[in-house]
Ligand binder design. Structure first.
Ligand code: IMP
Ligand code: MG
Length: 192
């Protein structure tokens, strides 16, 4: 698995050190408030688990699954909401948690085209929360298809396809402890 990585961008200690800073920022901004955290699965899984354990605030956690890649390395532009895992009453329907008058913090793995986060923010804002902020582990330097930005960013990266620490290519590499750039041949092979 590791030999499929062309370049490691952030190893485990670097990620954890950055999470310490991000958590301190969030803690400082939301002191004395109760958060509703919305985790966008699956790519944010490791990030959410490691970040939230550094934030000693009362909070509720809801998980949402949104897909816009469908196994490729380019976004399809169409965002499909799959499930709201922590809402037992949703019965297969997409039901967002109750966010009326709540301070919502969305956690996602990476801000790429912006399609996913724009769609999620749009839906959440319609549900009358007190505030909505976005926190991403990675933000790609590029022109985005949709106007959306993150309030908290772990690392800024070039416009390259990365895997590891939750991020996948064709559902693989999520369990790599570091974040790295996948060898180009592997991306090309799969597109043939
Ligand atoms: P969007 O293009 O900003 O809507 O990003 C949608 C999703 O695509 C992200 O939440 C990631 O799960 C995935 N994604 C975007 N860029 C990468 C990448 O470089 N590696 C792995 N997954 C990515
Ligand atoms: Mg994702």
């Amino acid at each position: 698995m590791r030999s499929d990585i062309e370049r490691v961008l952030f190893d485990e200690p670097a990620i954890h050190k950055r999470l310490d800073d991000l958590a301190a920022q969030v803690l400082n901004d939301y002191r004395d408030r109760e958060l509703t955290v919305i985790a966008v699965l699956t790519g944010s899984l490791m990030f959410v688990a490691d970040l939230l354990r550094r934030i000693p605030l009362p909070l509720k956690l809801a998980c949402l699954s949104a897909v816009s890649y469908h196994g490729k390395t380019q976004t399809s532009g169409q965002v499909i909401f799959k499930l709201a895992a922590s809402n037992p009453s949703c019965g297969g329907q997409v039901a967002l948690p109750d966010v009326v008058d709540r301070d919502v913090l969305i956690l996602d793995d990476i801000l790429d085209s912006g399609n996913t986060l724009a769609a999620i923010c749009e839906r959440l804002k319609a549900a009358k929360p007190r505030s909505v902020r976005v926190c991403v582990l990675l933000r790609k330097k590029k022109q985005r298809a949709r106007h959306v930005d993150a309030d908290y960013v772990g690392f800024e990266i070039e416009d390259e396809f990365v895997v590891g620490y939750g991020l996948d290519f064709m559902e693989r590499y999520r369990n790599l402890p570091c974040i790295g750039v996948l060898r180009k041949e592997l991306l090309e092979e799969s597109s043939q």
